[in-house]
Design a protein around this ligand. Structure first.
Ligand code: 5AD
Ligand code: SF4
Length: 359
């Protein structure tokens, strides 16, 4: 039908050189030689732009309270079975400093969406304190949902440098099927633009294998990442949660994993200089899910530093690994060993700012 070597060669040579149809065609590749060549090309691009480095971000799930009611998420406000908690400021600051002391280049503060003046001030104060007690190039990353541009500005001024806000899907029609009426795709995109205006490094991403999602939709997602000028991409397979309205997935676990890893490779081949995460949701489907993404062009891992009790309560989706994760020196060493076994190496004490942002 078409020449894969020619297509990969063109994609490797320069970013943005694949069409929507070509991206969709690559996404369809199943296990075999062609798929291996596709992933190898993505890894060569990754190695060229950021070396064989894996950048770590220490994840802190700082609260499971959420005002939103997304149909797929275990933390939706309409789920009475979800366990709700909010960590204290002191706990958050102490945990962030622990991440810093472990020579991890950045910390991510993530929670459900809360919008109140008190919350804005609470986060502002925490960011300020972490900024004061860490080195200037330690990256403070926020993932706290849709907020006013003023809140984004205050947190930025306090010292946050990055923000993660997944668009979930670039199709506004599909977005409308996954959310209640008052959750607007437009607002989400406006937030991404506001973050850009405020000088954040912006991370976004989508879920893969959603009901009603086509390969062309996923190709459009990749084009969208370029359009919003994203610096970092975090994507994972859709994992149906029984305590939500979306209890089933349209494809098998193996198919969703295969597609999600293909998305990592396609994003790398199209965008070249962005950071791409090997997400925990991949690990929920296969023990080596994140490693498979690293072998397809990803260069970021987000080990979880939330204490085990709260980690268990922060259940966005089922099957989220709880115990087999980082929270001390030894598990971290184990993770490093698995990274080194892939021929990559952990980049300690560096923020790992993507070349895309530096440009
Ligand atoms: N499956 C996979 N990912 C999910 N998320 C929420 N619920 C699910 C689910 N059921 C993801 C969303 C959100 C991120 C914090 O978690 O993409 O942006
Ligand atoms: Fe809240 Fe995020 Fe879950 Fe939506 S996906 S319900 S905003 S935690």
């Amino acid at each position: 039908m078409r020449s894969l070597p020619g297509l990969l060669q063109r994609a490797e040579a320069a970013p943005y050189s694949l069409s929507r149809e070509e991206l969709a065609w690559l996404l369809r590749l199943g296990p075999g030689k062609d798929r291996e060549a596709f992933h190898a090309a993505a890894c060569r691009v990754r190695d060229r732009v950021s070396g064989p480095n894996v950048y770590l971000r220490g994840l802190l799930e700082i609260g499971s309270v959420c005002r939103k009611n997304c149909y797929y998420c275990g933390l939706r406000s309409g789920n009475p079975q979800a366990e709700r908690y909010r960590l204290s400021g002191e706990t958050i600051i102490e945990s962030a400093l622990q991440v810093f002391r472990m020579r991890i280049g950045s910390v991510v503060l993530q929670s459900g969406e809360i919008d109140s003046p008190e919350h804005t001030a609470f986060i502002e104060n925490i960011v300020h304190r972490i900024r004061e007690e860490t080195s200037p190039d330690f990256a403070i990353v926020l993932s706290l949902g849709e907020q006013s541009e003023e809140s984004y500005a205050r947190w930025r001024a306090a010292g946050a440098t990055r923000y993660l806000l997944r668009v979930e899907t670039s199709s506004s029609a599909l977005y409308a099927k996954l959310h209640p009426e008052d959750h607007l795709w437009r607002t989400r995109v406006d937030c991404l633009r506001a973050l850009r205006r405020q000088g954040y490094q912006v991370g976004t991403g989508v879920m893969i294998g959603l009901p009603g999602q086509s390969l062309e939709d996923l190709a459009d997602d990749i084009l969208f990442f370029r359009e919003v000028d994203a610096d970092m991409i975090g994507m994972g397979p859709f994992l149906p949660h029984l305590e939500t309205p979306m209890k089933t997935a349209p494809a098998s676990e193996e198919e969703r994993l295969c597609l999600a890893v293909n998305m990592v490779a396609a994003v790398r081949l199209y965008l070249h200089t962005c950071n791409v995460a090997a997400t925990t949701a991949l690990q929920a489907l296969a023990e080596d899910g994140r490693e498979r993404a690293l072998c397809a062009g990803a260069n970021v891992l987000m080990p979880n530093f939330t204490d085990i009790g709260h980690r268990r309560a922060y259940r966005l989706y089922p099957g989220k690994p709880v115990v087999d994760e980082i929270s001390g020196e030894t598990p971290l060493q184990r993770l490093c060993a698995s990274i080194e076994a892939l021929g990559m190496k952990v980049a300690w004490n560096v923020p790992g700012t993507p070349p895309h942002f530096r440009a």
